[in-house]
Structure formats: C-alpha cells, structure tokens
Design a protein around this ligand. Sequence first.
Ligand code: PHE
Length: 340
Amino acid sequence: MKDKIKQLAEEINSRILSNREELEKFRIEFLSKKGLIPVLFTLFKDVPPEHRKEIGQMINELKLRAQEIINEAKTALESDQQEEASATDLTRPGLEFQLGARHPISIVKNKIIDIFARIGYTVSEGPEIEDDWHNFSALNFPKDHPARDMQDTFFIEKDPEILLRTHTSSVQVRVMENTRPPIRTISPGRVFRNEAISARSHCIFHQVEGLYVDKGVSFADLKQTLYYFAKELLGENTKIRFRPSFFPFTEPSAEMDVSCNICKGEGCNVCKYTGWLEILGCGMVDPQVLDNCGIDSNTYTGLAFGMGIERVAMMLYQIKDIRLYFENDLRFLKQFGSIV
Ligand code: PHE
C-alpha cells in the first residue's frame, strides 16, 4: 500500500499540465469518484489497524497535493491568457481612416453662392412646406391658372392649401414682405415637383434663385449680372444668349443659354449639336408681385432669376443621369474632391 501511494505521488508530481484539457484529464484520473486517489480510500479498510494512522495520513497528503497541483495549473493558465490578451502589437499599421467628400450638389451650390456674394448678394432661406400665397398667389399665379400645372405640385392639405414648395421664389416673397429695398439676395434650397423620375428629371431637386430690387434696376442689369455669373462659373470665354419665355411673376421673361463648354460651341451630344445649353430662367419682377409684397412698384423695379443646381452640376461635371445624385453610391460621390 505504501509503495502504491509513493508511486502515485511521483506520478502526479511529474505530470505537466499545460492546457485546460490536460488539467481536466488529470482531475478525472486522480480525483474523480472512481479516480486513483479515492480508490485508495476504499482499499484502506484492509489496512491492518497498526498502520492505519500512518497510511491514512499519506493518502490525505496525496489528495491535498493533487488538489494543489490542479490549483497551481489553473492560476498559471489564467495569467497566460491575460498576458496574451494584453500583448498588443504597437508596431502594426493602424486602420485606414476614410475621408469623406462633399456632395457635388453642395460643391456647386457653394460655388454659386460665392460668385453672387462677391457682388453683394446675401443668402436667404425659407420653409420647404409652404402655403398657397407664398408659392403661387403672391407670384401672380391666379387660382386655376394653367401655369400652376407647369409646377406639378405635391399638396399636403387642400383647404387651406399647404404644399411642398415647387420653387424657392417663395423665399423671395417672404424676403420682400419683411425687408425694404434695396434687396439683393439669393435663395438656395430643395424643391419638390410631382414628376416621373428619369435620367433628366427628379421629384426632388435643388435651386438657387436670385432677386435684386431697388430704384432703377433694369434689364441691362439683369443681363450684365448673369453674364458675370456665367463667366465666373464656366470661364472667361463663355458666351450667353437670351430667349423670350414666360413666367407669371416676371415681365418680360427670358431663358438664358450658355455656350457649351464641352465642345466650345462646335456641337456635341451634351448640347445636342446646338452649341448651347439652357441653364436658367429670368426676367424683370412683375410690378404686381412687388405690390403684392408691399413694395411700391412706382418707385422700385426688380430683376429675378432661378436655376436648378443639378442641371448646372451635370454640365460642369458631365453627369448624364440626375438619379446619381440621390443614390448615395460612394464610388460616384468620392469623385468630387474631399473635404480637406
Ligand atoms: N421660379 C422659376 C422656376 O422655378 C425660375 C425663375 C425664377 C424664373 C425667377 C424667372 C425668374 O422655374
């Protein structure tokens, strides 16, 4: 019996427990119910009484020693694990930091604002949800006038009429109602029209509209202002031309074309071989509109113009499909210069 105990003691001291499986195997082999050490206790009943004390003590010591080995191995394994977790490699390259880029609509909007700021235009903003007065009536769109159909309005409420603004001319009505001339302001913003979505039109787009009201503002001012704008935006050699048009709130009204800066006027598929691209609507503010907003049309005159930012950006960057602006595909958005 004594030899058996000594042999087991040697055995447990020589075991190397380097992982959790080995540790568990050790526990089962020596300490579980049918393990080698508890078995010694069952053999104990055959030990003659005079050796019981000594042998009993040896078995107890053996059991304690086995327990101790298990505890030591456990602590060692745990601290190994902790060390592994904190072993950060400080020389590894960091994760790549993705820089954002401005949306092409914002880039072009800011360009347009900059150009007009240089000749004294401030920026005005207003609500996207409008009433009938600011979007239509004040601007000379009589009720049931077919000109309202041009605008394909999204109505929110019928009575009284509340709608999503179809142009930012509504902001200019608010400015004219609340400030006295001289007024020189542009209103950039989002507008909404119930149009089928295609490569050339969308139900949401952005405009910049401009307004200049003072004594003696003339059509010559309108032409010169827009000529300056076109040259600043598209280059010194840009040519412009005006075609007569109609808007309820301007008289006379015109549409302005710029010479195609892609083919330099020779004809290409962007300008449909005409050498010209239409970029904005404009005109002299109808005297009735000034009066509607409490500005005396006998004393003051005004010029106004409005353009779609998407269209200007399509021209500048040769973007062929308006839907790209709203899809948020990073491969598209990243092409327009980073914010830094
Ligand atoms: N409000 C017009 C539109 O949305 C543009 C415009 C503004 C035309 C000012 C003339 C003068 O189409």
